[in-house]
Ligand binder design. Structure first.
Ligand SMILES: C[S@@+](CC[C@H](N)C(=O)[O-])C[C@H]1O[C@@H](n2cnc3c(N)ncnc32)[C@H](O)[C@@H]1O
Length: 329
């Protein structure tokens, strides 16, 4: 398998151990450079499961799909790579399975959220304040809105809401005011350096400018790619697509994502024990899933030392309960 310098997968051994337990259909909803998918396919091969297995890889970024096709070449007969947003996870699974006469129920799903190192490091994609490039930030380069549209056409109040809601930026109002004043004086803001310059220009002495820049760039990226909106739906649809005892693993990199994952999993795992004071032997309703990781798993010191991206990673894993059956097996 080709060496993957595109993006080093986070918590790969742990995820393989949680998800790969039998031959089946596995879905990598955030294919990236194919690092995790490669680890799944190698594990399936080593366990003698590869013949009965299929890996469906989804990404909305053409460059990622090209890289993954190269990384996974050796396992090509067992992979289907699809350009799509993972909010369409159900329809992708149904369409791939119907073409192959397979039941659309999957053994494992991975979502490794956010952007890849390759996307961040590509100046022309405009994701980073450290590299000058156009204010783009679209993971899918054919999507209608880039960061430039948001920064140059949103009203001051809308910008402040974006910075506050998606970046938890305490100075969201001051930053949006500075952007609008700059636009009025100099015209549209065209690149990442220009935007970073405006943010730096209003930093107070005590401000950690790097943190402010990270929060503002994160907020714009989330808004451009509708990252939080698509996540909730994808988690519910993904759970629906799992076979009995199938598992889903999600890695998040900031608290806004992790909060959504935690809430959706908790809601779906909740059992109904009826009114208080009534002693029941069984719940009235079982949860549709059980939590495999009660607390999120984080990377080891060894992994974070060699891969800085792993520092903020939080992994949560669930397992689908059989419909109407016991949650144990
Ligand atoms: C953190 S990287 C995944 C890296 C991958 N696990 C690997 O080992 O190479 C996230 C990838 O998911 C893609 N992505 C993020 N959100 C997506 C979405 N809603 N739909 C489809 N792809 C998405 C990004 O384009 C990026 O390539």
């Amino acid at each position: 398998m080709a060496q993957n310098t595109f993006h080093v997968p986070v918590l790969a051994d742990e995820i393989v151990a949680f998800l790969v337990r039998k031959p089946g259909i596995y879905v990598d909803g955030t294919l990236g450079g194919g690092g995790h998918s490669g680890a799944f396919l190698r594990a399936l091969h080593q366990a003698g499961y590869i013949e009965g297995s299929l890996l469906i890889g989804i990404d909305q970024d053409d460059a990622a799909l090209m890289q993954a096709a190269d990384t996974l070449r050796e396992f090509e007969p067992f992979t289907v790579l699809v350009k799509a947003n993972f909010e369409e996870i159900s329809s992708v699974i149904e369409s791939v399975c119907s073409k192959r006469n397979l039941a659309p129920k999957v053994s494992g799903i991975l979502l490794d959220l956010g952007v890849s190192s390759f996307q961040i490091d590509s100046a022309e994609r405009g994701f980073s304040y450290l590299r000058n490039g156009p204010l783009d930030m679209r993971m899918d380069s054919t999507a209608p809105f880039s960061a430039a549209e948001i920064v140059n056409t949103s009203a001051e109040r809308e910008l402040a809401t974006i910075f506050y809601r998606y970046g938890e930026e305490p100075r969201s109002r001051a930053i949006s005011r500075a952007i609008v004043a700059y636009r009025q004086k100099h015209g549209p803001i065209s690149d990442t350096e220009e935007l970073a310059g405006i943010i730096r220009s209003i930093a107070y002495g005590g401000d950690n400018v790097i943190k402010t820049l990270s929060r503002v760039f994160q907020a714009l990226r989330i808004a451009v790619n509708r990252e939080l909106d698509v996540l909730r739906e994808a988690l519910c649809d993904g759970i629906e697509s799992l076979e009995d005892h199938g598992r889903m693993a999600v890695i998040s990199y900031h608290s806004l994502e992790d909060r959504i994952v935690k809430t959706v999993f908790a809601d779906q795992a909740r059992e109904d024990w009826g009114p208080k004071g009534v002693a029941l032997r069984e719940p009235l309703k079982r949860g549709s899933i059980k939590l495999i990781t009660r607390k999120p798993l984080v990377a080891s010191a060894g992994e974070t030392a060699s891969n800085s991206r792993a520092r903020s990673a939080k992994l949560r894993v669930i397992e689908k309960n059989p419909a109407g059956g016991s949650s144990e097996h």
